[in-house]
Design a protein. Structure first.
Length: 332
């Protein structure tokens, strides 16, 4: 039986504050849903619920960059959140604010914690490190069907990952950029400590998007993203794996069977482990604008992108992936 290591009673307040920030982030989705359903049980709120539901139904903001608020992104709360792991952001070069960028984020991890922290908040001063670049983290359009939670996402500058949304953002003007977690839900099933398996070979959609818009491609790699949660074994072909893949096909979501630590122990629970995440923003790849790129055009740009991604890995792996159990691998 696994030994349970309890957290000491004399944990410093600053660490308790960091843990509280992570807990609030994790429960944000179920909490907003609960509030909505509780309001639905009270007749007094029905007119407002109906009005809000109609507003959300016809709201085009998720397809146009969301409703980004500085007070939400700059909240001190996010500093506490980032310090829990801790998470840090490294840039290799300055980015020209007169250009547009498509940042490709790797690996997906269980919930893409590094992507959220560095691009949906100012916890690590993205805007100061990359002045003139307005970057929006993209997520599934279905997330904007969740009452109240959708407002939380958009306040952080999160938008839909649909093609229309991507085009709308990139056409807003110089500096307007997007970050896409390229591996998607399928890659989350491979997220295990020390393992860096990427779903990338067949992901050409974001490459095509860059070429059609003439946007620079910028690979982003987060060392430690896969380390913060453990995941149950789900070998390909197993019943668990088949269930997870079926769920992904039906909803676009997956259900990684993950676990981490608890509030009062270090071994059992849903909280992520306190393990560092280091996000490296690589060198941008210049892309020539082509309205209708051929497959050869896509593959040529993809090769440059993969080469730069591996360059990031080889440069930083011995410093930030010391406990890796395998090298960076493209599995699909």
């Amino acid at each position: 039986m696994r030994n349970i290591h309890l957290a000491p009673l004399n944990v410093p307040f600053i660490r308790r504050r960091q843990t509280a920030a992570v807990i609030l982030w994790i429960i944000s989705l179920p909490a907003t849903l609960c509030i909505f359903f509780i309001l639905c049980t009270t007749i007094f709120f029905w007119p407002w619920i109906i009005a809000y539901s109609l507003f959300a139904l016809f709201d085009i903001a998720p397809e146009n960059g969301g409703r980004r608020y500085s007070f939400a992104r700059y909240a001190t709360f996010w500093k506490w959140y980032a310090d829990y792991y801790p998470i840090k952001l490294i840039k290799e070069v300055d980015l020209d604010p007169s250009k547009n960028y498509i940042f490709g984020y790797h690996p997906h991890g269980v919930i893409s914690v590094g992507a959220w922290t560095n691009f949906a908040t100012e916890a690590n001063d993205f805007s100061k490190k990359f002045p003139g670049i307005t970057c929006r983290l993209l997520t599934l359009a279905s997330n904007f069907n969740i009452p109240f939670y959708r407002e939380f996402l958009m306040a952080q500058g999160v938008a839909s990952v649909s093609r229309q949304s991507c085009d709308n953002i990139l056409k807003k003007g110089p500096g307007h950029s997007i970050i896409i977690v390229v591996g998607g839900a399928g890659e989350s099933l491979s997220a295990r400590p020390g393992v860096y398996n990427l779903v990338l070979k067949r992901r050409l959609g974001f490459i095509k998007l860059a070429i059609r818009n003439g946007a620079c491609l910028c690979p982003v790699f987060s060392f430690g993203e896969n380390d913060i949660w453990e995941q149950a074994d789900n070998p390909e072909g197993s019943k668990v794996w088949k269930f997870q893949k079926t769920l992904q096909k039906l909803s676009g979501w997956t259900m990684p069977l993950f676990h981490g630590r608890g509030v009062f122990n270090y071994d059992v629970g849903l909280l992520p482990h306190r393990r560092p995440i280091t996000t490296v923003v690589g060198r941008p790849i210049e892309v020539k604008k082509i309205e209708n790129p051929t497959e050869q055009d896509l593959l040529e740009v993809q090769k440059k992108y993969i080469d730069e991604l591996f360059n990031i890995w080889n440069t930083y792996k011995d410093e930030y992936a010391k406990n890796r159990v395998s090298e960076l691998t493209l599995i699909e």
